[in-house]
Design a protein around this ligand. Structure first.
Ligand SMILES: C[S@@+](CC[C@H](N)C(=O)[O-])C[C@H]1O[C@@H](n2cnc3c(N)ncnc32)[C@H](O)[C@@H]1O
Length: 437
């Protein structure tokens, strides 16, 4: 039986309620209202102010508007036009960014198509087609015929190269790789190998192998990754430093940050927990940058970098550590490779050691809002296309640990509200005698 009132009306009411809640907060905080204008805020609510109640109202608003939009478009049109907008928008934005169009549109006022064409070296006719596609999606506006101005969306691209790198990575790497996904699934079903991927079919190499040979791609990828650091796009180093019981570890405990990059997460934990020592392990070419960062953060007396390949046995100095910390490492690798990464760690653990993994724990289907679920499912498929890897559910994590050592048990998981996207998964070696109790 159809719901009464009808679903669309229910959703419209919810949208109205959540909008009111958010608007009240905005007015109370004297923050700017979200708007399409060039001087509109880059976040609908300031990121630092996204307190629980407010972000819950925003999540619910996004969810209800997504559902209402889907119902209004309906199944036939959704499937007919499936992806035509998104993929061509990514193409148009990539062209506009390649020709530096965002930087040539004035922040205030507008510019004629002819003026913009002169500055960007692209013919007026072509330029207008890309600009109008973008404008139909809130990037740029055409306030009077033949003149273009910024919106809050396009202005961000003018001022922030990391945002331009997001567009670049999507278009230059993800689109060609995803186009090869059906071939990859057909040719390499169930493969665990990082070269037998959709990315491999598109680029003839592994994800990082290709980047090593194309340093300009590596630079863009670095900017893309940086675009997600800070704010609440992904969990910040500071929230990871707050979320886990680092404070309960005994004075002088060693945290080994396996594949820790230059150590920005360790540095944040070290700043909040002055009683801990850190060993950041990664490829040797990061040593200089890491030392500079640790020095700059004032933690170089307690945190040091060691070159180490995580497939090798742990060096003597890192054995029996209190914590082996792996952030965003294992989701890049298939189970057999994760096994090879975890085995040397388990061999180095003593009875007090634990592994702390910072990665997604996939939710049970239909237990979180669809918008959030779509994000984690998309990440899972990105891991497939790029690495033959995956995001893991609680059960997948436990199975992986058991395959490495039957004693390795999940002993704690910290997720929302302490962390927004990733979870901290703690695993310890639980002795068989304790297991049977
Ligand atoms: C996605 S990044 C995560 C970095 C860091 N844990 C963080 O959360 O910012 C993956 C890291 O693994 C490192 N890595 C890849 N293969 C490795 C290997 N065989 N041994 C050690 N580190 C490796 C990379 O250099 C990179 O720093």
């Amino acid at each position: 039986m159809a719901p009464n009132p009808p679903l669309m009306s229910q959703l419209a009411k919810e949208i109205s309620l959540h909008t009111e809640t958010i608007t009240k907060y905005i007015e109370h905080g004297k923050w700017p209202h979200p708007s399409f204008d060039a001087d509109g805020p880059p976040h609908p609510i300031p990121e630092a102010e996204a307190e629980d109640k407010l972000s819950a109202a925003r999540d619910a608003l996004i969810e209800a508007t997504k559902a209402l939009h889907a119902l209004a478009v309906g199944p036939t049109e959704t499937t007919r036009f499936f992806c035509t907008n998104e993929i061509n928008l990514v193409g148009a934005m990539q062209v506009l960014c390649k020709f530096n169009v965002p930087q040539h549109v004035p922040i205030q006022g507008d510019i004629s198509l002819r003026g913009l064409s002169g500055k960007t070296d692209m013919g007026e006719a072509l330029l207008s087609r890309f600009l109008r596609m973008a404008a139909a999606n809130y990037y740029f506006s055409e306030p009077r015929p033949g003149f273009f101005a910024h919106t809050a969306w396009s202005r961000l691209l003018a001022s922030d190269e990391k945002m331009r790198a997001c567009i670049w990575c999507r278009h230059a790497e993800m689109v060609p790789a995803v186009a090869k996904l059906p071939d990859a699934v057909e040719r390499f079903p169930e493969s665990a190998e990082p070269q037998e991927t959709a990315f491999g079919l598109a680029f003839g190499d592994t994800f990082f192998g290709y980047k090593e040979k194309n340093p300009e791609h590596m630079v863009k990828f670095g900017l893309f990754v940086d675009a997600f650091a800070g704010g609440n796009a992904v969990d910040s180093a500071e929230s990871i430093a707050r979320a886990y019981a680092w404070g309960q570890l005994p004075r002088g405990s060693l945290v080994v940050d396996v594949g820790g990059g230059i150590g920005h997460i360790s540095a944040a934990i070290a700043r909040q927990h002055a009683h801990l020592e850190f060993n950041i392990q990664d490829f040797g070419d990061l040593a200089g940058e890491s030392s500079a960062l640790l020095e700059q953060k004032g933690v170089s007396d307690r945190a040091r970098f060691s070159p180490h390949n995580f497939f090798d046995p742990q060096p003597e100095a890192a054995r029996g550590a209190a914590v082996y910390f792996l952030r965003n490492i294992l989701h890049n690798w298939s189970d057999p490779y994760c096994h090879r990464i975890l085995k040397p760690i388990v061999e180095a653990m003593d009875h007090g050691s634990r592994i702390v993994i910072c990665d997604i724990v996939l939710p049970e289907p239909n237990t979180i809002p669809k918008t959030q679920e779509a994000q984690v499912r998309a990440l899972d498929l990105i891991m497939l296309s790029m690495f033959n890897a995956k995001e893991r559910s609680h059960e997948d994590w436990q199975e992986l640990f058991t395959s490495v050592d039957p004693r390795l048990k999940i002993t704690a998981v910290v997720g929302r509200p302490e962390l927004r996207r990733d979870c901290l998964i703690e695993a310890r070696l639980v002795q068989p005698a304790l297991l049977s109790k």
